[in-house]
Design a protein around this ligand. Structure first.
Ligand code: F6R
Length: 608
């Protein structure tokens, strides 16, 4: 959450470097943005509400703040996801105190105490924002004022010693050109610019086009930057890595109107990629085979994938599975033992709650295996072993193809575990594997039709304000994921329950203005799903059913139907999720929502 980019070096077009970087980091937060930079001896400082494109327009009209005679070019920029203080120009970063400017990602938990202490010493300090971040810049500035012989890096270090919480910061003195960055619990990478200079950013994607090599900073690092060198003032120097550009960027390519739609369509491809990379799963299999219990941890969509996998793994391999929401995991004090293996799911590899869960598992001696999309990310680095789900860059904030690729990894794992533990025969395992390999071909034939059907249903029911998604068995997890997609992108109140639970309360909500989406493929629980349809219809509710071609009774008794291809029961979740994703997309589009960047959300959740 929040994107940071900084530059110091020889490139005269600093504004362009920073704005380019910011637009690539916009997935981290997009409620306001700002920059300060020195370009051709002139200082520019601009902040604006809303997207980076608003900042771009403001920068074009921006006046020179002052003229200085520092020959170098440098600057810092930020795109914000609000934690403390509403999205506004005043709360946008960089924050300033005299000539010192600062951008921050993370949360300063003790900002109120620090602010009070600062004001007690110097009542004239003027706070102009509601943010926790602003206290940092005043703290650094006051350290410099109280001891003019102190360097900025010393002031930063002694300020950070007082901070409780998480941070990635870049601090700049616009007159001297001193730049310092530091991180603890929020990511930061240092890029070595192709021409002379250095870049610093929240994610390597912001370095593309300007650097081919980079270093990943670790918690506790404080680094002083100048055009020609970086010095680790705290922490140890890091290995210089080659920047892998492929798979880091994605474009709409003129075919799709939104990344969400493009990424839904890419789901066949991602299954294919996982199937063709089964080596990485085989490599880790011996470690997982020893497990007495698997603990799957993740947030949001990643958690929902875990719920689907729980059914699959228990059924196919008879290993017991617990699925845990990462944000609660560390507060549970769950008994764990060496016989446990934690499977950690994260698309971004950055989610702070999931990262903390990894740390806790490791402290308790539990082996951690990450299933992560972003290579080299914090969670990938923290886990004992990693399987990359290779979905390619997922741009839409609402996750779709990452869900399917994580599910493909976990399905393969479940099949392999089942075969090794003899709960599946070799023939059964081979059949499941070959059906999984065949999914991309099935999907490619069905996506257009499903999209069109869901668009028609969205047109018919798009004004409804209450949706209940229901499923039985493994489909209850698909109901949850479908409801999450609908909420995220269309802002319709969508709830999800295991179908059997509806009569224990939620049925009270059902009336002619309630739409129930019932996942009812013709699997072993089909007749149970039929009863739920009847119960909803008897209360006047509207039913859209998702079923397979042989679900005749469901087809007859529902108000709207979408048919998904028949595949083996274990693989049906790959099919039933698709209409849910399409429905959410078309509802959002019809309701004029910002599909790829839903309000209040960000793609990467680096605060607790
Ligand atoms: C939903 C969504 C979020 C993420 C969640 C975890 O569409 O994108 O719920 O799934 O924030 O993110 P990762 O998987 O990056 O840890």
């Amino acid at each position: 959450m929040c994107g940071i980019v900084g530059y110091i070096g020889a490139n005269g077009a600093v504004k362009e470097v920073l704005l380019n970087g910011l637009s690539k980091l916009e997935y981290r937060g997009y409620d306001s943005a700002g920059l300060v930079c020195v370009e051709n001896n002139r200082v520019f400082y601009e902040r604006s509400l809303g997207r980076v494109s608003n900042l771009e327009s403001a920068v074009v009209k921006s006046k020179v703040l002052k003229l200085i005679d520092n020959k170098a070019s440098f600057g810092i920029a930020h795109t914000r996801w609000a934690t403390h203080g509403k999205p506004s120009k005043e709360n946008a970063h960089p924050h300033k105190a005299g000539d010192i400017y600062l951008v921050h990602n993370g949360i300063v938990e003790n900002y109120k105490e620090l602010k009070e202490a600062l004001l007690t010493v110097d009542g004239s300090i003027e706070f102009t924002s509601q943010t926790d971040s602003e206290v940092l810049v005043h703290l650094i500035s006051s350290k410099l004022d109280s001891n003019p012989r102190r360097s900025m890096v010393e002031a930063v270090q002694s300020s950070l010693n007082l901070v409780k919480g998480t941070y990635a910061i870049v601090v700049l003195n616009i007159v001297s050109g001193e730049m310092v960055c530091a991180c603890n619990g929020s990511p930061l990478v240092l890029g070595i610019a192709d021409d002379e200079g250095l870049l610093v950013a929240s994610d390597t994607v912001a370095l593309i086009g300007y650097a081919k090599h980079y270093l990943r900073l670790a918690d506790g690092d404080v680094v002083s930057l100048s055009p020609k060198e970086y010095v680790f003032v705290s922490g140890t120097d890091k290995e210089v890595l080659e920047l892998e550009e492929s798979g880091q960027t994605s474009s709409l390519g003129g075919v799709f109107g939104h990344y969400m739609l493009k990424e839904i369509y890419e789901q066949g491809e991602v299954v294919d990629r996982v199937v063709n990379n089964k080596g990485q799963i085989y490599d880790i299999l011996p470690k997982i085979l020893k497990a007495k219990r698997l603990i799957i941890v993740g947030c949001g969509t990643s958690y929902n994938v875990g719920l689907v996998a729980e059914y699959l793994i228990e059924r196919l391999s008879q290993i017991s599975v617990e699925v845990e929401v990462a944000s609660e995991f560390r507060y549970r004090d769950m008994p764990m033992s060496e016989g446990d293996v934690a499977i950690v799911l994260s698309q971004s590899g950055e989610t702070v709650d999931t990262l903390e869960a990894v740390k806790l598992c490791k402290e308790r001696g539990v082996l951690t295996v990450g299933i992560v999309n972003v290579e080299g990310s914090a969670i990938a680095n923290a886990c004992d072993a990693v399987i990359y789900n290779k979905a390619g860059r997922e741009v839409s904030v609402a996750s779709t193809k990452a869900f399917t690729s994580q599910l493909a990894v976990l399905s393969m794992l479940a099949i392999m575990l089942g075969e090794c533990r003899s709960s599946l025969t070799t023939i059964e395992a081979t059949n499941l594997m070959s059906e999984l390999s065949n999914l991309p071909a099935v999907l490619s034939q069905e996506l257009d039709r499903m999209s069109k059907q869901m668009e028609d249903l969205a047109k018919k029911y798009g004004s409804i304000e209450n949706i209940i998604c229901l499923g039985r068995g493994v489909q209850s997890a698909i109901a949850l994921e479908g409801a999450l997609k609908i909420k995220e992108v269309s802002y319709i109140n969508a709830q999800a329950y295991p179908s059997g639970e509806i009569k224990h309360g939620p049925l009270a909500l059902v009336d002619p203005n309630t739409l129930c989406i019932i996942l009812a493929p013709k699997d072993e629980l089909y007749t149970k799903s039929l009863s739920v349809i009847e119960e909803v219809k008897a209360r006047g509710g509207i039913v859209i059913a998702i079923t397979t071609p042989n679900g005749k009774e469901v087809i007859q008794s529902s108000d709207g139907v979408v048919i998904v291809p028949s595949v083996m029961d274990e693989l049906l979740p790959f099919m039933t999720i698709l209409p849910m994703q399409f429905f959410a997309y078309h509802l959002a589009l019809l309701r004029g929502c910002d599909v790829d960047k839903p309000r209040n959300l960000a793609k990467s959740v680096t605060v607790e």
